[in-house]
Design a protein around this ligand. Structure first.
Ligand SMILES: [Zn+2]
Length: 275
């Protein structure tokens, strides 16, 4: 018969076995949790990244997408350009604050391009010609209510308000804008058959470089200026040729401005609000 171990010694052994048991158990759970379990997926957008995205300023003015408009609200003879040329980009600058005044202009209550039916159909012809060359169109302004022109006039009388001078007329005195023909007291746009537009690349949707931007008031915006590259002149000519083939006349001082030659209301100026 083996000598009976002392009870203290037996307890000591039990404690050791228990300790070893827990040690092995802990090691096993560590291996399971850290090495065998699949890693949780970390979200790609951290709060810092998403806040940067939300506040980052766009490179250029955003292009608002016009909401579907009710053509029945328009006076007879007028249409929404989007209904006639669905793929035309519409960026109505006088609806936004990104224009030479720096605020939304009176009469622009929606970012819509409205034209007489004749002008819109002619513009569609131009856009078809341009599409064959890989270009689309972007419209900055079309029909312009008389009250918008009145807004320009009252703005022009406050010579201290030069908020947007650096962008749109850095080399001109504000007082010269009317005298030099960049802004008219009575605009052809109010007759509904005049549009301001540029070319975009059909594939990317990006604006074509025309050498100066829409509503930049200066010699660089004139047709035939020597201040731009051959490539830029060529791009202006592509737009001008397509518009001419569709029946529009250019304006010598603004490469973006085109008026339908056989306009349906040559003597009528309209003042309905753009909605
Ligand atoms: Zn114009």
């Amino acid at each position: 018969m083996p000598p009976k171990q002392a009870p203290e010694k037996q307890n000591y052994k039990r404690v050791w076995l228990l300790f070893l048991y827990f040690l092995i158990l802990s090691a096993a759970s560590f291996v399971f949790v850290h090495l065998l379990l699949p890693k949780p997926v970390v979200p790609i957008t951290s709060p810092a990244a998403s806040s940067t995205t939300a506040t980052a300023a766009p490179d250029s003015a955003p292009v608002p997408t016009p909401a579907p408009a009710d053509a029945a609200l328009l006076p007879d003879g007028f249409v929404y350009v989007s209904d006639i040329i669905p793929d035309a980009q519409i960026d109505i600058r006088y609806y936004s604050a990104y224009n030479f005044v720096g605020t939304r202009i009176d009469g622009y209550e929606a970012p819509q391009a409205i034209l007489t039916k004749e002008a819109a159909l002619a513009l569609k012809t131009a856009s078809t010609i341009l599409a064959k060359q890989g270009y689309g169109i972007k419209i900055f302004d079309a029909y312009r209510p008389l009250r918008a022109v009145d807004h320009f006039v009252s703005w022009s009388q406050d010579l201290t308000d030069t908020k947007m001078k650096a962008v749109f007329y850095p080399n001109l005195d504000k007082s010269a804008l009317f005298n030099q023909g960049f802004i008219a007291r009575k605009s052809g746009h109010s007759r509904g058959s005049t549009a301001d537009l540029t070319l975009v690349h059909l594939i990317s949707g990006q604006e074509v470089d025309m050498g100066s931007s829409f509503d930049f008031f200066g010699e660089i915006s004139h047709h035939g200026t020597q201040l731009i590259t051959n490539q830029q002149t060529q791009s202006r000519n592509i737009l001008r040729d397509a518009m001419a083939a569709a029946g529009f006349a250019p304006y010598s001082k603004e490469w973006w401005h085109y008026c339908l030659q056989n306009e349906p209301y040559p003597d009528q100026y309209f003042d309905f609000v753009i909605r």
